[in-house]
Design a protein around this ligand. Sequence first.
Ligand SMILES: Nc1ncnc2c1ncn2[C@@H]1O[C@H](COP(=O)(O)OP(=O)(O)O)[C@@H](O)[C@H]1O
Ligand SMILES: [Mg+2]
Length: 267
Amino acid sequence: MNRPISARPSVSIKAVDKIWTPEGRTPVEALRGLEFDVAPGEFVVLLGPSGCGKSTLLYMIAGLEGVSGGSIVCDGLPVTEPSAERGLIFQEASLFPWLTIADNVAFGLSIQGVLPVRRREIAIEMLKRVGLGDMLDKKPDELSGGMRQRAACARALAMKPKVLMMDEPFAALDVQTRSRMQDFLLQIWRDSGASILLVTHSIDEAIALADRVVVFTARPGRVKTIVPIDLPRPRPTRDPRYHEYRDMFTELLAAEVDRAFAEQEAA
Ligand SMILES: Nc1ncnc2c1ncn2[C@@H]1O[C@H](COP(=O)(O)OP(=O)(O)O)[C@@H](O)[C@H]1O
Ligand SMILES: [Mg+2]
């Protein structure tokens, strides 16, 4: 990566705490003193044991949940509410089943006040970009899981987000589809210039995709370490360095998963 050091971060997470206080239950400290930046156009992968607050962090960056302490600043402005500049994609594509995929993609634009003809044009353009140009008038349940996730990407990208957040987007897909979706994602990432924050459980997915991997500790989630992946893309899986990264992440995660288990047993 070769970008000026002075570039304003696209996301800046500053000493962020999050305590969930569900009614009638004991509060849960999900995140503690979390701190890192995402540079414009950077691809950051979040890796950590389940329950360490990764989804919680994405909700807060998306503006769907407030922080309990610290702040999240996107492009110089504190996050206080959702914005079209910050898109979020979940594991199960959350498309409206009663709309065609073209109408699904156009839907978000109608909220932004884009006129109907232009909406349709943008929807077609985005669906072509994700390889679904001949599926415009299909309903989501007529598509495969991988196609639905591509349609969800098209819908998010139509809004021209500066930050695209993806919460285990490929976890439900089979191995072959998953690997093709990773290639596809790298391509649309380059085209869009957006920053991406992607949560995964998969060490190989993290190495395949990331500029930097943020490894979380067990709950309360903190930054355990941040590892830049210093390999060309596509990642050379036979390179000894690839396997060094793999071993390192396996060890880092195992330690945290053990801690998470120990804590659960104690509770
Ligand atoms: N809406 C919620 N209300 C109460 N607790 C929650 C809520 N969402 C998540 N949590 C708790 O916060 C912790 C972190 O959850 P989450 O962010 O989903 O972790 P991850 O995505 O890393 O698996 C967990 O202990 C979870 O039970
Ligand atoms: Mg999660």
